[in-house]
Design a protein around this ligand. Structure first.
Ligand code: MLT
Length: 395
């Protein structure tokens, strides 16, 4: 008799964002006339920029003509896009070669798939508060998870543990959900730790485009020694509005080896077996992001989201509520004023002012008592949500 993966029974009943979307559905069917303001899941609201749209149209036309038509794409990514990404890194002083870049259909898929590289007996350490998919993907794989929490006192940036604990280390900077960004010296200590213990860092850089402080690292590969201990996972979802278009990229240095095995070569082996590449059309659209004009256009959109974050932060300042994030990140992480239970605070905002956010408890135990607001909504909705919150919080 077939035995299903028993580790699924160790998961929470529903995934955080699915759970929230179900609560919203129920609320809307009970309250059909009420307008909801969504500052919950980090889904973008601005359309793709003009350069990307132009490239997508051109790529569709290419597929209509025998001479320019593409069938299967190279499994690890189209050379034109791998080169564009490597060039983008070079522009920031980070030297990687195109064959160290792997094109994926998005960071969330890749964060789960990449676990194929590691033995199931290798424990994973998750720095928390954390994007819940890290934990769920490792539970599904039957892997032991070590939770490393960091609180307000540490600025939500944990330092490496004092002893050898895990083989896979998750770091997300700028952090989802707290918006905290690891400083250079903090990342250096993680890279030293990984190189000393033989662990591998999975560095989630999905929000790097939001960093405006030039002293803060946007890539783990800005840190010396990271090429021997880190994999970086990036996404165009938030950088360029690709949440519904889907494209990400992963950097695996050729110098990354463990037990005589080369992880870059292993990933080539994995991808050539498990994928037939990302669609030509989408890769063409993505390549437009890395042109000069594409970069100019996406930064205009990022600026609009940052203004939204500013609106949220001003309201919280006025209400005298503690928060962090929002400056080098699209998320504002606030303390639930007068509430220890972040799901209760979620219900309060939903029922009283129809504002949707994300309860901190969904990101690990140390997120309890906090609440995440996303800046990816429209300007009008964000401004209205900020006003309603100010009213509710007694100002
Ligand atoms: C979030 O809201 O945390 C993100 O949008 C989720 C994701 O990127 O999958």
């Amino acid at each position: 008799m077939l035995r299903p993966n028993c580790h699924y029974s160790e998961l929470k009943d529903t995934y955080l964002f699915y759970n929230i979307s179900q609560k919203i559905k129920t609320y809307q069917s009970d309250n059909p006339g009420k307008k909801l303001l969504r500052l919950g899941i980090g889904d973008v609201s601005l359309p793709l920029c003009g350069e990307v749209i132009k490239a997508l149209h051109q790529a569709v036309d290419d597929q209509a003509v025998k001479e320019t038509f593409h069938g299967y794409m190279p499994e690890c990514g189209a050379p034109f896009l791998r080169e564009a990404v490597a060039c983008h890194y070079a522009g920031r002083g980070v030297s990687i070669s195109p064959d160290e870049v792997f094109i994926s259909s998005g960071a969330s898929d890749e964060l789960g798939d990449i676990l194929d590289l590691f033995d199931r007996d290798s424990p994973a350490l998750v720095t928390e508060p954390a994007y819940p998919a890290y934990v769920d993907a490792n539970i599904m794989a039957g892997r032991k998870i070590i939770h490393l929490p960091a609180g307000q006192e540490e600025g939500f940036v944990p330092a490496p543990p004092g002893m050898e604990t895990a083989d896979i280390l998750y770091i997300c900077s700028p952090n989802n959900p707290t918006g905290a960004v690891f400083r250079r010296d903090q990342l250096e200590s993680w890279v030293d730790f990984a190189n000393k213990t033989g662990a591998v860092i999975l560095f989630d850089a999905a929000y790097e485009a939001f960093i405006e402080d030039s002293s803060l690292p946007r890539s783990i590969f800005e840190i010396e020694g990271a090429e021997k201990c880190a994999i970086e996972i990036c996404s165009l979802s938030k950088t360029a509005g690709f949440t519904g278009t889907r494209l990400g990229y992963t950097v695996i240095p050729k110098r990354l080896e463990r037990c005589g095995m080369n992880l870059n070569e292993m990933w080539v082996r994995n991808r050539t077996t498990k994928t037939n590449g990302v669609s030509y059309i989408i890769q063409k659209g993505a390549s437009a992001v890395f042109t000069e004009e594409g970069q100019r256009q996406i930064s205009e959109n990022i600026l609009k989201y940052k203004r939204n974050a500013g609106i949220i932060m001003n309201a919280l300042d006025e209400a005298g509520v503690w928060y962090c994030g929002g400056r080098n990140a699209p998320y504002v992480w606030m303390k639930c004023p007068g509430y220890d239970d972040s799901w209760e605070f979620f219900d309060l905002l939903l029922n009283e002012i129809q504002v949707v956010g994300t309860p901190g408890a969904g990101f690990g135990e140390c997120g309890e008592g906090y609440f995440r607001l996303s800046s990816f909504g429209s300007r009008d909705d964000t401004a209205e949500a900020a006003e309603r919150m100010l009213r509710l919080l007694g100002k």
